[in-house]
Design a binder for this molecule. Structure first.
Ligand SMILES: [Zn+2]
Length: 179
């Protein structure tokens, strides 16, 4: 089905000024809206359904991502997990830092499936978390702890794919973590 144009945050539909990042399918676009990654800017009615035709990211794509455009995949590190998750806690959404004003907001990395239960240190099993949420979750899964993930972790090295001889940016991963 039709292609949806995806713009960086700040796109102005009235002037058309903005940074277009890539195009994606309606299905993928709907997933981005559902996850809060992007919001619809323009809609159309196709076969009696309202579908997005233009999206804008809800958070500005940072330099770290743009730099990654190319054949190079993004190296895995705890810091890179923080970058991927925009330095915000995957559970409470608060901004975290390595030098926070209060200890609760110290940037930590949480194993979604705890390492004590076989959870790997990988892109798909790690999220940025504040120290407070990380301590509260402890050795439990999000379900056991009653703490919902605000976004799905994904492997950003899969955020780029070859398209017509250049690298096309794909913002969201579709890999879901189990349990
Ligand atoms: Zn938190």
């Amino acid at each position: 089905m039709g292609q949806v144009r995806v713009f960086n945050k700040g796109y102005d539909p009235f002037t058309g000024i903005g940074e277009m990042l890539h195009t994606t399918s309606v299905r993928h676009a709907s997933g981005m809206i559902r996850r809060g990654v992007a919001e619809p800017v323009e809609l159309a009615i196709v076969e009696d359904r309202i579908v997005p035709t233009v999206l804008a990211l809800t958070r500005e794509l940072s330099g770290a991502w743009v730099e990654g455009i190319g054949q190079r995949s993004i190296g895995f590190s705890y810091r890179a997990v923080h970058e991927r998750d925009h330095w915000s806690c995957a559970y409470c959404g608060r901004s975290v830092s390595r030098t926070p004003a209060c200890d609760a907001l110290l940037a930590t990395v949480d194993h979604v499936l705890p390492s004590s239960r076989g959870g790997e240190s990988s892109w798909l099993n790690l999220v940025c978390a504040c120290k407070e949420c990380n301590n509260r979750k402890a050795d439990r899964t999000p379900e056991e702890a009653g703490m919902a993930l605000r976004f799905d972790p994904y492997d950003p090295s899969r955020a780029y794919r070859a398209a017509g001889g250049h690298m096309e940016l794909i913002i969201v991963g579709t890999d879901r973590i189990a349990g």
